[in-house]
Design a protein around this ligand. Structure first.
Ligand code: HEC
Ligand code: HEC
Ligand code: HEC
Ligand code: HEC
Length: 126
């Protein structure tokens, strides 16, 4: 049998944990962004990291979602993954293959903007 004192301490601890849990849960969910913060693409040439934060208004660059998610409707925030349309080997000649779609979009913008990696090994870092 536990003493009353021990039970009281246990209750107080349980309540504190509950409050802390609720507070951190709400703080966390309030900050959950619309887009995954960081993505990692695995491929034969080495892994590529992509960070949404450095690529959106938060970074001070005026890049809009639809500059990359090129079929995103105005006001929409849930784009499809590129690979939903750009297959590894496209059957349609107007539709770039997955890796061409990435390479031309990523590298062209880095060249135009004079910022961001252009060389193979500076993107395929791992
Ligand atoms: C510089 C290009 C770029 C910009 C700007 C950008 N994204 Fe993305 N986003 C990507 C890439 C690349 C992926 C990975 C797609 C894949 O895995 O096929 C992605 C993935 C996503 C996904 C996950 C899609 C899925 O189902 O896998 C969401 C959601 C998303 N972006 C939302 C946004 C929103 C909202 C904005 C604007 C605030 C934005 N993105 C701006 C390039 C960009
Ligand atoms: C809903 C289908 C769909 C999704 C999702 C999609 N694309 Fe495309 N993409 C197309 C189609 C269709 C074309 C060819 C016709 C055109 O240009 O619209 C294309 C063309 C392109 C081109 C070449 C056209 C140009 O502007 O030079 C690039 C590069 C490209 N997509 C990159 C991407 C990237 C990167 C993503 C993900 C961030 C993506 N696409 C998501 C359907 C899609
Ligand atoms: C519309 C223009 C644009 C597109 C498209 C774009 N980038 Fe960038 N990227 C930038 C700019 C601008 C910077 C410089 C950001 C900085 O250093 O502040 C950058 C920086 C980077 C960096 C270095 C900084 C970091 O986040 O670690 C990486 C890696 C990168 N981009 C990867 C990619 C990949 C992968 C893609 C394609 C999926 C892509 N980018 C598409 C504009 C673009
Ligand atoms: C701006 C970033 C960036 C640069 C620079 C870059 N790549 Fe990539 N590469 C990517 C991304 C993103 C993918 C797509 C990964 C995926 O399919 O998930 C990719 C895919 C690939 C693939 C896989 C193709 C396939 O069909 O599976 C190869 C191989 C490759 N890159 C080689 C290269 C070489 C060689 C260079 C230099 C000439 C280069 N890359 C430069 C980002 C980059």
């Amino acid at each position: 049998m536990k003493s009353n004192k021990e039970l009281q301490i246990a209750y107080v601890l349980a309540i504190i944990l509950l409050v802390v849990g609720v507070l951190s849960y709400s703080a966390f969910s309030a900050k959950t962004p619309d887009q995954p913060v960081r993505l990692m693409f695995k491929c034969v040439a080495g892994k590529v990291l992509f960070d949404h934060k450095t690529h959106t208004a938060e970074s001070g660059y005026s890049i809009s979602c639809s500059d990359c998610h090129h079929n995103l409707e105005e006001g929409e925030t849930k784009p499809q993954a590129c690979g939903e349309c750009h297959e590894a080997k496209s059957q349609d000649e107007d539709m770039p293959n997955r890796s061409d779609a990435f390479h031309s979009q990523c590298i062209d913008c880095h060249k135009e903007g004079g910022a961001g990696p252009e060389k193979c090994a500076s993107c395929h870092v791992m």
